[in-house]
Design a binder for this molecule. Structure first.
Ligand SMILES: Nc1ncnc2c1ncn2[C@@H]1O[C@H](COP(=O)(O)OP(=O)(O)O)[C@@H](O)[C@H]1O
Ligand SMILES: [Mg+2]
Length: 308
């Protein structure tokens, strides 16, 4: 165990009878955005909090930057943490909160510059409690970076944020990657994992059920792409149904699996010959959500739903 920034072998965590993490192995390489993707209760937070030296494992080996968990105070100096459901001191300003954390380290970064980086320089004198959810999350990201960490742990950084605020966080994750930092992200949003990650482990019930780059996972476990023909109220779809017995009809949309690209031309020709008036023909690839559904028979959805 040496090459990765994070090395995990046979990691297990039990809470009484409950096995929250059930023997997992993975390696995170320097400079990667690595995601643990899975529904609520999968064991993501337990896993990252062990790596952050906040919880102790029941069994298994962990190395962070080449160090074992017994060197927790050294590890903590070189990693940054945005915990799930992050909150700061409500009655302190943005700058005061960030300065407070920076003050815990011997050689902190310039917090003015950090606040510019998370686009909060104009808000630095506002009380934390008066910020929007997205701004609060950016304060949390700033706090995780005060010690210029080599590894940043972001546990569900976008849960509960609106789409705009979510994109802001995505840009920051990409910015961290551009700076060469290693990012360990947890999320239950498949499109987030797909958009940001160099490598993904999909977790369910304490185990890693599949792993790879987003493309590898979809290529290995995804189904064929489908052509979706939207032809509201047109009866001409019968021609397609007759020709492709493996198609399925959902309301006014016909789904045709695309085993090979010739089928796309066939579909368009049949629509043309039958003079079908269609609104759209969309070719849709499998997503990570389809993969998760196939592997577990369950939807990749959290119990708590998005607010704001
Ligand atoms: N401190 C704890 N004590 C007891 N059970 C816990 C504790 N933390 C988490 N769990 C349980 O462990 C399982 C995994 O939880 P968690 O690691 O938070 O998953 P995730 O972050 O993927 O939602 C869940 O069943 C959860 O209820
Ligand atoms: Mg969690």
């Amino acid at each position: 165990m040496s090459e990765g920034h994070i090395e995990v072998k046979g990691l297990r965590k039990e809470y009484g009878e409950l096995i929250a993490v059930d023997g997992i192995d993975f390696t995170v390489r320097k400079g990667q955005v690595f995601s643990l993707l899975g529904p609520n209760g999968a064991g993501k937070t337990t896993t990252v909090e062990i790596l952050e030296c906040l919880r102790t494992p029941s069994a298994g080996e962990v190395r962070i930057l080449g160090m074992g968990l017994e060197q927790s105070s050294k590890i903590k100096r070189r990693v940054g943490v945005l915990p799930q459901g992050f909150n700061a001191f409500d009655r302190l300003t943005v700058k005061e909160n960030v300065d407070y954390f920076a003050g815990m380290f011997d050689d902190p970064v310039d917090t003015e510059e950090l606040l510019r980086w998370v686009k909060l320089e104009k808000r630095k004198k506002e009380l934390f409690k008066n910020l929007s959810g997205g701004m609060k999350q950016r304060v949390g990201i700033a706090m995780s970076l005060v010690n210029d960490p080599e590894i940043v742990f972001l546990d569900e950084p976008t849960t509960g944020l609106d789409p705009g605020a979510r994109r802001d966080v995505w840009r920051m994750v990409q910015g961290l990657r551009d700076q060469g930092k290693t990012v360990l992200l947890t999320t239950h949003y498949m499109e987030e994992a797909e958009a940001l990650s160099d490598y993904i482990c999909i977790m369910n019930k304490g185990r890693i059920i599949c792993r790879g780059t987003p493309r590898e996972i979809i290529n290995e476990h995804g189904a064929d792409p489908v052509a979706i023909v939207k032809a509201a109220g047109d009866k001409g779809l019968e021609a397609l149904i007759g020709r492709f017995p493996d198609c399925s009809l959902m309301e006014d949309n016909l789904k045709v699996p695309i085993h090979n690209s010739r089928r796309i031309a066939d579909i368009l020709n049949i629509l043309d010959d039958a003079e079908v008036h269609y609104d759209e023909v969309i070719i849709k690839k499998s997503t990570l959500e389809d993969v998760f559904l196939k592997l577990t028979g369950e939807e990749l959805r959290g119990g708590e739903e998005d607010e704001e």
